[in-house]
Design a protein around this ligand. Structure first.
Ligand SMILES: *[C@@H]1O[C@H](CO)[C@@H](O)[C@H](O)[C@H]1NC(C)=O
Ligand SMILES: *[C@@H]1O[C@H](CO)[C@@H](O)[C@H](O)[C@H]1NC(C)=O
Ligand SMILES: *[C@@H]1O[C@H](CO)[C@@H](O)[C@H](O)[C@H]1NC(C)=O
Ligand SMILES: *[C@@H]1O[C@H](CO)[C@@H](O)[C@H](O)[C@H]1NC(C)=O
Ligand SMILES: *[C@@H]1O[C@H](CO)[C@@H](O)[C@H](O)[C@H]1NC(C)=O
Ligand SMILES: *[C@@H]1O[C@H](CO)[C@@H](O)[C@H](O)[C@H]1NC(C)=O
Ligand SMILES: *[C@@H]1O[C@H](CO)[C@@H](O)[C@H](O)[C@H]1NC(C)=O
Ligand SMILES: *[C@@H]1O[C@H](CO)[C@@H](O)[C@H](O)[C@H]1NC(C)=O
Ligand SMILES: *[C@@H]1O[C@H](CO)[C@@H](O)[C@H](O)[C@H]1NC(C)=O
Length: 481
């Protein structure tokens, strides 16, 4: 998805001015051998072709009725060439469930199958490792209508059957599977009202507020669906296909606004929920006591069998990180306040936040393998974004934060920038994250590299450059089609 700052009352809304130039004191060669650099898209936001070749609507089609986007379904070959020219090791994509299995369950759509096979084969042919997310928020509308999506346990079997098709059909080529994108955000946004007692947007005392159990039930079922697909992979495919399977989660970093004891406790309470809600069951087979205390009777419990299924069901953790917030205790509802001058358009550059998230995973969950599967910053979606020096500054700082964490022992193995090109952004389509600019009114949907594309390519090639030298000057050999 992208960052979800929109959810929060923006407390400060200044605009950045006078950015400094940056020569980062590291290069790609400082990363361990085998560390992968990539970029990412998701099916709904990139493909277009919503009603072509047998695809049926997903919940996102119903919500957004979007016809604007880069039309990747028709341009994937061209895009793989750009991906290759940039020098990426890996590329994160997702499968549209309703393109592959238009009925939600049952028959496979041959055209959908063919599309993903060709797209993945094209990546492989160029030596690019596909990291495939099975579910990136685009639930088939037909399943939403039938039983309310993740609120119903039938979603577990349907998801597992969808995963089975993907493992069987694409598993020879795909070595990295993420089951479900940002379950904590799906639970909060799709199933939480965000007004009652829904963490992490101000966790206070849930036992005293009237609130809904829906987000907790949805996340519980998502965990079981993930674990069920993971078990299937491990019993039926892993020996032959030799891949690994994990899940992603959305991770703000959160720091106490003041040094008061109350604020410290509040920050930890919000971490226990936003980060621990998903991670604790994955590594320990149950929700953490802190989570149980905060959420109280609204939180479902695991049977012994479910607990065994969920525990150790992820070979790696996929981290999605955009920004850091201050947390301030309040009797009714903790306040969350962006650091720096963050607004919807301009994220504060606070790279220590990502480093802290990676440290937190290392220190609290036994240092599992991690992939940062999304990190990036938005800019206004028009041609003024071509000279996106602010994005270069952001990416350079956050990649440096990953290096710091790796050097301090984090088992982080890859970094994926969001997003490879401008996509249809579901939060606010006027703000996009791409390394490539795409004019969605242009029938050709021409892809034009931004300064950040040149910078990332130079970084990947081991030739870090001064920012001021980069502005719209392609490095040698880099295709700017
Ligand atoms: C770069 O400099 C920063 C700030 O001095 C430091 O924290 C970081 O460890 C340095 N990185 C490398 C790779 O030397
Ligand atoms: C929440 O409120 C209940 C009932 O008033 C109280 O017993 C409990 O201690 C409170 N919990 C926290 C974390 O403040
Ligand atoms: C499986 O993958 C690991 C590392 O990714 C590699 O060392 C091993 O040789 C592979 N095994 C097979 C059977 O391909
Ligand atoms: C926020 O913006 C103000 C005004 O432009 C600037 O003086 C200040 O340094 C900025 N703060 C941060 C943390 O970037
Ligand atoms: C580095 O790791 C150690 C051990 O986990 C931890 O105590 C320390 O705080 C970490 N340093 C930083 C800068 O995060
Ligand atoms: C995006 O910008 C257009 C034109 O400026 C405006 O009409 C539209 O309301 C904006 N969309 C959002 C979601 O703000
Ligand atoms: C986008 O494309 C439309 C249609 O071709 C064109 O009218 C418009 O000027 C383009 N916008 C930019 C910023 O290039
Ligand atoms: C960047 O530009 C400056 C002059 O503006 C020049 O001295 C320097 O060598 C250039 N650096 C690179 C890496 O091209
Ligand atoms: C990578 O760098 C080498 C020289 O260091 C240069 O010859 C080559 O063209 C560069 N490739 C890209 C894609 O920039």
């Amino acid at each position: 998805m992208e960052q979800v700052l929109f959810l929060i009352t923006i407390v400060s809304s200044f605009v950045f001015s006078g950015r400094c130039s940056n020569v980062y004191n590291y290069s790609r060669n400082d990363f361990p051998e085998g560390f992968v650099f990539g970029s990412a898209i998701s099916a709904y936001q990139w493909e277009g072709a919503a009603d072509e070749d047998g695809r049926t609507p997903s919940v996102w089609d119903t919500k957004f009725h979007s016809t604007s986007g880069p039309e990747g379904y028709h341009k994937y070959k061209e895009d793989v060439k750009l991906i290759n020219d940039m020098g990426l090791d890996a590329f994160r994509l997702s499968i549209s469930w309703s393109r592959l299995i238009p009925g939600g369950r049952g028959p496979v759509n041959p055209k959908g199958l063919e599309f993903y096979k060709s797209f993945i084969a094209e990546l492989k042919r160029h030596g690019i490792e596909p990291h495939v997310t099975l579910f990136h928020d685009d639930l088939p509308q037909i399943l939403q209508d039938e039983y309310g999506g993740w609120l119903d346990r039938r979603s577990i079997d349907d998801f597992t059957a969808f995963a089975d098709v993907c493992f069987r059909e694409f598993g020879e080529s795909v070595k990295f599977w993420s089951t479900i994108n940002e379950p904590n955000i799906i639970a909060l946004i799709d199933y939480g009202s965000l007004v009652n007692c829904t963490p992490p947007f101000g966790v206070a005392n849930c036992s005293t507020e009237s609130s809904s159990s829906a987000p907790y039930i949805a996340l519980h079922n998502i965990l079981l669906a993930h674990a069920s697909a993971s078990r299937l992979y491990k019993t039926k495919y892993k020996d032959k296909q030799n891949g690994s399977i994990g899940i992603t989660f959305y991770a703000f970093w959160m720091i106490p606004l003041t040094s008061s004891e109350e604020d410290k406790i509040a920050a930890q309470r919000n971490k226990d929920v936003l980060l621990g809600w998903l991670l604790h069951p994955l590594f320990f087979g149950d929700y953490a006591d802190a989570m149980k205390r905060t959420v109280g009777k609204l939180l479902p419990s695991f049977s012994q069998e479910e607990s065994n299924l969920v525990k150790d069901s992820s070979d790696f953790v996929g981290v999605i990180h955009y920004q850091t917030f201050y947390i301030s205790h309040s009797e009714t509802r903790d306040l969350i306040i962006p650091t720096g001058n963050s607004t919807l358009l301009e994220l504060d550059v606070f790279p220590r936040g990502l480093e802290e998230v990676l440290e937190y995973i290392k220190q609290n969950y036994g240092n599992p393998p991690v992939y940062v599967l999304e990190n990036g910053t938005p800019s206004h979606h028009d041609s003024s974004s071509l000279n996106d020096v602010g994005r270069v500054e952001y990416l350079g700082a956050y990649i440096g934060a990953v290096l710091n964490a790796v050097r301090n022992g984090s088992d982080t193995r890859g970094y994926f920038q969001w997003s490879f090109m401008d996509l249809f952004e579901v939060i606010d389509a006027n703000y996009t994250y791409g390394l490539y600019y795409v004019n969605f009114s242009d029938p050709q949907r021409k892809r034009t590299p931004k300064t950040s594309a040149f910078w990332y390519s130079a970084f990947l090639n081991g030739t870090q450059q001064e920012l001021k030298n980069l502005s719209l000057s392609p490095s040698p050999g880099f295709a700017s089609q």
